[in-house]
Design a protein around this ligand. Sequence first.
Ligand code: AHR
Length: 322
Amino acid sequence: MTFTRRTLLGAAMLAAACAGSALPAFAAKPLTIGFSQVGAESEWRTANTASIKAAAKQSGINLKFADAQQQQQNQVKAIRSFIAQRVDVIAFSPVVETGWETVLREAKNAKIPVILTDRAVKVSDPSLYVSFIGSDFVEEGRRAGRWLQDYAKKNPNKQLNIVELQGTTGAAPANDRKKGFAEVIAGNPKMKIIRSQTADFTRTKGKEVMEAFLKSEGKNINVLYAHNDDMAIGAIQAIEEAGLKPGKDIVIVSIDGVRGAFEAMMQGKLNATVECNPLLGPTLMQTAQAVAAGKPVAQRITVTEGVFPAEVAAKEFPNRKY
Ligand code: AHR
């Protein structure tokens, strides 16, 4: 017979009740979560990791943390190692959306529940994970598109030639933010995406790809939509080095709402950021504890977020937690 954490706890409680004593020492064994993180590609990710580590500590949870350095094969390896170590719960933020069926089935066969945080997966069997905690990325893309629609309304004679910096190819936030934005601007002849390329959610690549865009399109570009703030910040550097004014010659909207974006907005170099909340640690720990205790949890837990235009940046900056 295989003993799960629950059956061990049950046996311990029963034994304690029979003996009329306090719970034996092993009943107080802390919950162990194996967490596979995407990497350390952005300011958002750093805040997300800090939130998860702090929440685990605060909840007395034993956290086994693995950094996948943006590689799916590293995440698969980490998940297999968590299964071999027989952790109580596996949690991960998937680098990309597809290719998870096999390893998730291995976790299910080993009776280890899996919680997704931040990014979703595409699987044919939704019972391969118990819950997904994270933002609505399609809606974030729509919010960026709506902000630009408002800008377009205020500048009715301007043709908007947009360049798009996409997130990591195949990642849920890259796919969804592209989709949401495209949906909103579709049918507006004044708004056109003239170039779109991945910059992997990093500042370095954001700068590199923007340099290439500027080289091929030059002053034709007057809008940048970046799938995260870090790529926008990298691109701002490229725009300045090209002798142009970010936030004026090229209007910029990006996603995340990190402090770096607020600083750029206060300097007049970024026009708006759409919030994506990385502080998922406390919800993850509560959900893991509920799952381990056999309590029902919601399959989808979303986060409330806003949009911050440059006009409110200075006022909001002191309230930012990441
Ligand atoms: O999955 C969330 C995204 O990943 C954030 O927008 C980005 O900054 C991060 O790298």
